[in-house]
Design a protein around this ligand. Structure first.
Ligand code: PMP
Length: 395
């Protein structure tokens, strides 16, 4: 190893370990469902984004197996070189129909979807107005585009309006975009899309909504854009296929000419092999299930309400989430980590989230109830919260 690399790694890894910021990743020994097995112990899993429980659904598993038998396990090469599987086309048609748009394009992950889509349209002559709490993949996608990034205060529509006005009046930018998460994953709040659309109309902004945590959850499962009836107003509807859909991948849904452009100009589409046939078949099955009935979505919301109520009654600060995401705000970073460790020891797998992922002093346990949790599991989790909360003096 080059000496310069060795000293860089030693110095920085050490520094993280000393500060207690080196994240040791837990090894999961089985399926990622409402419970998971870690160190031979079954824990109630409140840490996954598997909102509808589809990651372990038998119909999805069977669809993947059938596709593997017919197509094999890999897509072979990038789609523009080796041809595109009919499975990918069928999925994209289904996604467009599901999202109420003319067309859709799929990517290998939600993360690289943002890297792909933003930089395919925006460049150094442009400006992007970005919510201060947008996901890392949006931030990186904006950086990659080389556009001027103008962060606005979280969901602060006055700040967005002022900054959009100033940017427009400066005459410095050819195109301007406003970009936001649909649902913010740390607090569970929903973006103010109707106001964002109104500001976008006023200042001629391209609109971009990443619905990673909204798809399969809000708008009877069709996402936050659908919830507000704004399918015709939002230029880019981004979604991930790894959370509620339960598999892996990401997509953009929008007008046909936008999708045509992304197919010829977005680099992860042009230079990286597509999602595997088994995954695509499982994803397509998941969308079919979501289209057919809102039963899982209803169950998810019911479980979210039940967990929130249980924790609130005990006296925990659960913030102001508008979705099933249930933060339990502890505050102090060390106490948050200790709280999470104790929950895990007692049988609830819920991780502490601290600075820099959330602002200093707002350390929290982020609970993600899913449609697959039973009442017994949630009751048991709340009981463990009570025990740990009293023990650590949080309630
Ligand atoms: N966008 C947002 C808003 C997200 O929360 C996430 C996942 N944390 C992603 C994109 C990335 O999605 P994926 O895991 O599919 O790469």
């Amino acid at each position: 190893m080059a000496k310069v690399l060795e000293s860089f790694l030693d110095e920085n890894l050490n520094s993280l370990r000393v500060q207690g910021l080196y994240n040791e990743i837990d090894v999961v020994e089985g399926a990622n469902g409402p419970t998971i097995q870690i160190n031979g112990k079954d824990l109630i899993n409140l840490s996954s984004n598997n909102y509808l429980g589809l990651a372990t659904n038998n119909l999805l598993k069977q669809a993947a197996k059938n596709a593997i038998d017919k197509y094999g396990v890999g897509a072979g090469a990038v789609r523009t070189i080796n041809g595109t599987l009919d499975l990918h086309i069928a999925l994209e048609e289904k996604l467009a129909e599901f999202k109420g748009t003319e067309a859709a394009i799929s990517y290998q992950s939600g993360f690289n979807c943002n890297m792909a889509a933003i930089s395919a349209v925006m460049d150094k002559d442009d400006a992007i107005l970005s919510d201060q709490l947008n996901h890392a993949s949006i931030i990186d996608g904006c950086r990659l585009s080389k556009a001027k990034i103008i962060a606005y205060n979280h969901s602060d529509m006055d700040d967005l309006r002022e900054k959009a006005k100033a940017a427009k009046e400066s005459g410095l930018y050819k195109k301007m975009m406003v970009i936001t998460d649909g649902v913010f994953s740390m607090d569970g709040d929903i973006a103010k899309l109707p106001e964002i659309v109104q500001i976008a109309k006023q200042f001629d902004l391209i609109t971009y909504v990443d619905n990673a945590h909204g798809s399969g959850v809000t708008g009877t499962g069709k996402g936050t854009v659908k919830q507000f009836g704004l399918e015709k107003e939002i230029d880019f509807q981004i979604g991930t296929l790894s959370k509620a859909v339960g598999v892996v991948g990401g997509y953009v849904a929008g007008k046909k000419k936008l999708i045509d452009w992304l197919k010829v100009r977005s680099r992860p589409f042009l230079f990286s092999t597509a999602v595997t046939p088994g995954d695509v078949a499982a994803i397509t099955k998941a969308i079919e299930i979501m289209e057919r009935s809102s039963e899982l979505v209803d169950q998810l919301w019911e479980n979210g309400r039940y967990l929130k109520e249980g924790l609130k009654k005990l006296g925990f600060n659960i913030g102001a989430s508008e979705t099933p995401i249930t933060p339990c705000i502890i505050g102090d970073e060390k106490l948050t980590q200790l709280f999470s460790n104790r929950l895990i020891q007692e049988g609830v797998y819920a991780k502490g989230i601290v600075f820099p992922t959330v602002p200093k002093g707002t350390g929290r346990i982020r609970n993600m109830p899913t449609a697959a949790h039973t009442r017994e599991m949630l009751d048991k989790a709340v009981g463990i919260y009570k025990k740990v909360g009293e023990e650590l003096g949080v309630i």
